[in-house]
Write a protein that binds this ligand. Structure first.
Ligand code: GLC
Length: 691
């Protein structure tokens, strides 16, 4: 490389023409999140980058195309099915490449430290092991099509309020045992070509300028060989390069394009920068070669089998649906005579989340309301419904029934319809988006009152939730059935009907705790939400302003672990999920590095179950951690014998630069969910340390 070539791969633009991105369409770029020109002379391809974790993003429709809209992160994670998540990744990678992209900004593995966080719908879980396993599977699938996947956002990016300057406060030990462990496991399993550093600060330092995160943890301790790209508009200084940042993304959004001439000049005079400059290029090129990008960027217009991909998103949505309550009303019979469908725009489609991860299925959304027209980027946040209407799918399943629909704005009218029907199904929605957290876990727009009224009018009331994450369910004991469908993607309406009528036996298990009360959370409110003016980019209100999110309160005890430490009972615990059949878990045996058990289908129909293995305590002190899980699809009467290997880091603490398993008695549990332990076994461990 010579001259300007030496920094050409180290910064990119945001080629969203005429929408506040680059000044002019760069030759060779296509509308997407990012573009890094290649070097033809050296056979180095351009990097064309698009979002996101849930499919190829629509990005204001600038390309005029569509993609397969995958269900949300919690929906994928509810399947506890790494093979399925890998297949989802493969579909996303194939579509990205066919559209001309060779980088997919996917792999959102931030832990859901606060269920009110706006991007919960993009992430997998509150648990580091589940997040790491699924994050790694997604990356494997994406990169199998020679498309670099990221993992993001590195690290502790757990709220949207003040997201570009909030300071995540957590010690090295608890951090390594939680958020960082999710990244570490996902990197080991997926080998992502790139890591995206986050907007927020960690320990007072901007994540994209954090020597601790990028050099000490990622490149030294974990020996990561790929490259670190910044988030968009997350670079404030040239010395970010010395802290380990390798590529400045969307560089025109930053105060300066530091990784262009300023970097070359610094490298000319400063050996540290000269060494870094070489390493930055080596890392980008290493990932290009490792993922097999070839010498040219892919040509747009490649073939996509949307029909086959639709089957994948429908299966993913169905496996992600969690049956939370069923008094016997489900599955519905196809001969049911009358159904009152109410609310949730069920006559139009299914909800999806807002922001850079937004995908539009074929034909675009059924409904799309921009969050605001007042901000060039916030227009990207649309309150949209994928064009997959549950009402049409229900009518198709119950073709002989009278199926009415009311939008639910007039409760009396909805009640009148419910009174007349055999079954009432209320669709309840909670829109969430990048850039903004939700003020409460209560369902918005008076939906609780609607549900209560309908439940009083009809004892066979079923609630279908389309939410970004957990919500409060004050009416849960007053209804006959509750399904959590999350944001179920481009075939979500059909998937919901498949489960309602039993074509699919629900097998989802919660990847995040549904708390019973806000008092049960480590923080009463999202830090900053009581005084900050909400804004998409969340920039500091005054230069140098500070905002701390103190995650040292819970440390690595996120979600179910927090509940175990504090003796709190959830509304619905992590790992919870019902089925239309029954299962028995037994033959539980444990060793220091593995656990075995059997799942048997003891019911009257086929179905899949997810058994979980937890650490419950060490020498009698509560210390709950998911150690492993297994999913089995079983015909009636059939069993599966499972053996899960236990990652020793899940039994350890990270202190003073190493993992240590303290000697003592470790109580392990075979469980249906984090609060329902069916068998217990103790294993004595002598203890050891390693790093
Ligand atoms: C956004 C997001 C990031 C996304 C990037 C490019 O602000 O934080 O997840 O990949 O910018 O759109």
């Amino acid at each position: 490389m010579r001259g300007d070539e030496r920094t050409q791969l180290l910064w990119g633009i945001m080629p969203i023409f005429n929408a506040g991105g680059s000044a002019k369409p760069e030759p060779g770029s296509i509308a997407g999140a990012g573009y890094v020109p290649g070097i033809d002379r050296l056979g180095i391809p351009a990097l064309r980058e698009t979002d996101g974790s849930l499919g190829v993003s629509y990005l204001l429709g600038l390309r005029g195309d569509y993609s397969t809209a995958m269900p949300s992160g919690p929906a994928m994670a509810s399947s506890f099915n790494p093979q399925l998540v890998r297949e989802i990744g493969s579909v996303m990678g194939q579509e990205a490449r066919a559209k001309g992209f060779n980088v997919l900004l996917a792999g959102g593995v931030n832990l859901m430290r606060d269920p009110r966080a706006g991007r919960t719908f993009e992430y997998f879980s509150e648990d580091p092991y589940l997040s790491g396993v699924l994050g790694g599977a997604s990356v494997q699938g994406i990169q199998s099509h020679h498309v670099i996947s990221t993992l993001k956002h590195f690290a502790f990016n757990a709220q949207e309020t003040g997201r570009k300057y909030v300071n995540s406060v957590i010690g090295d030990g608890p951090g390594r045992e939680s958020d960082l462990l999710a990244f570490q496991i996902a990197i080991e399993r997926g080998q992502p070509g790139a890591i995206m550093c986050a907007y927020n600060r960690v320990g007072g330092k901007q994540a994209c300028a954090s020597d601790y995160l990028m050099n000490t943890v990622l490149k030294e301790d974990w020996d990561y060989k790929g490259f670190v790209m910044s988030d968009w508009g997350a670079v404030w200084s040239l010395d970010s390069a010395l802290a380990g940042l390798d590529q400045q993304s969307g560089a025109p959004l930053d105060p300066e394009i530091y990784f262009d001439a300023p970097l070359r000049n610094a490298a000319h005079s400063d050996p540290a920068y000269s060494k870094r400059l070489k390493d930055m290029n080596v890392r980008v090129l290493t990932s290009m070669l490792a993922v097999g990008l070839g010498n040219e960027a892919p040509k747009p217009g490649g073939a996509i089998d949307f029909e086959a991909h639709a089957a994948v998103t429908r299966e993913a949505a169905a496996q992600g649906i969690v049956l939370l309550r069923n008094t016997g009303v489900l599955p519905l019979s196809a001969s049911v005579k009358s159904i009152a469908v109410i609310g949730g725009f069920a006559d139009s489609g299914v909800l999806s989340g807002g922001g850079s991860s937004e995908t539009h299925g074929m034909g675009g959304p059924a409904i799309s309301v921009p969050r605001t027209a007042a901000d060039r980027f916030a227009k990207q946040l649309t309150h949209q419904y994928q064009a997959s209407a549950p009402l049409a799918a229900i009518r198709k399943r119950a073709s002989k029934a009278e199926v009415t629909y009311r939008d639910g704005r007039y409760i009396a009218d909805a009640v009148a319809q419910a009174k007349k029907a055999d079954i009432a199904i209320v669709f309840a929605t909670q829109w969430t988006t990048e850039g903004f957290d939700v003020p409460s876990l209560s369902l918005p727009t008076g939906q609780d009152a609607l549900i209560e009224a309908v439940a009083k009018a009809n004892p066979n009331t079923i609630v279908v939730l389309e939410t970004g994450g957990p919500v409060f369910l004050p009416w849960k004991d007053d209804v006959a059935g509750v399904l959590e469908a999350w944001y179920p993607g481009g075939k979500g309406g059909e998937a919901i009907a498949d489960v309602l009528f039993g074509q699919v036996n629900p097998s989802g298990h919660l990847p995040i705790t549904f708390p019973a009360s806000v008092e049960d959370l480590p923080r009463r409110i999202i830090p900053g939400s009581d005084f900050l003016t909400p804004s998409f980019f969340g920039t500091e209100p005054t230069p140098g302003a500070t905002l701390d999110a103190d995650y040292s309160i819970e440390g690595s005890d996120v979600g179910y672990r927090w509940n175990a430490r504090k003796g709190i009972t959830a509304a619905y615990p992590f790992g919870y999920g019902l089925s239309y059949t029954q299962f028995r878990l037994d033959h539980f045996t444990v060793g220091e590095d593995s656990a075995s058990f059997t799942i048997t289908n003891t019911g009257t129909r086929e179905g899949a179950d997810v058994a979980q293995i937890y650490l419950l305590s060490h020498d009698g002190r509560p210390m709950q951690r998911l150690l492993g899980f297994a999913r089995c699809d079983l015909a009636v009467g059939k069993s599966c014998k499972q053996k899960v290997t236990i990652d020793p880091r899940l039994l350890a603490r990270w202190r003073d630069g190493q993992w240590t398993i303290a000697p003592g008695d470790y109580l392990l549990g075979l469980a249906l969910d984090a609060e329902t332990i069916v068998q217990r076994q103790t294993v004595h461990i002598e203890g050891r340390s390693w790093n």
